[in-house]
Design a protein around this ligand. Sequence first.
Ligand code: G1P
Length: 288
Amino acid sequence: MVTKAVIPAAGLGTRFLPATKATPKEMLPVVDRPAIQYVVEEAVAAGLTDVLMITGRSKRALEDHFDRAVELELALEAKGDPARLAAVRETNEMAQVHYVRQGDPKGLGHAVLVAAGHVGHEPFAVLLGDDLIDPRDPLLSTMVEVQQREGGSVVALMEVPHEAISLYGCAAVEGAGDVVRIHGLVEKPPVDEAPSDLAVIGRYVLSPTVFDVLRRTPPGRGGEIQLTDALATLIATEPVHGVVFRGRRYDTGDRLDYLKAVVRLASERDDLGPELLAWLREWLPQQP
Ligand code: G1P
């Protein structure tokens, strides 16, 4: 059974400074919800209601967001605003959220290793907050099914333009189709050395044996302990499968992609979309 989700959220968010000087990047709003809330909702939708966030300094706002906000609730109750009251309550009822600090920022692999004590001996999911997956295109629940059927570990893959592959972990795979066996993984390879155009996107369902491997994994690309390197080692002893995602993914990791994500998601909302699209249609032709 997979019941636990680990969400690394200790990054400094340097690409969004100065917005992220005092606010965690995970709290930047995507339309009207902080980015991290979409990720927790995705975990919950896949049946994972035990969420462990790996945080660091200046991340208190994350804890406050998933906690009760008694004063705010009382104020909304007094005002008679049940819709907003429900929205405020929802975030602390949706999951059991736990927190542990990473301490030294030694990379994604290290962040996952910090979860070892909480996770124990069951397979578990890892969700990276920079990737948002559209709830209409389920991915994590499929990955959990594949892990239960095949054992070992499962990573989410997505075909990306060839020249973009060096921004991602890259998988060498056997077979075609929606579920593939992975026989090689390399973190951010130069374009001309990439074994495929299949990028690792930030969803994993991992065997707990990954922790032993992570303890032995030396720093890799960027001097950081890389989860990709640990998974590449794991392939020698356990199956690692890829679920090829062909749905809608929104990148919130840098400013331009973040803006695109906000516009795309807002355009599709019943309450905001029609007016936003009408304005965009009027405004765009006026631009040089
Ligand atoms: C991380 C992983 C990388 C993966 C990417 C997905 O990189 O190390 O393998 O492809 O997330 O978003 P980051 O984007 O944090 O540098």
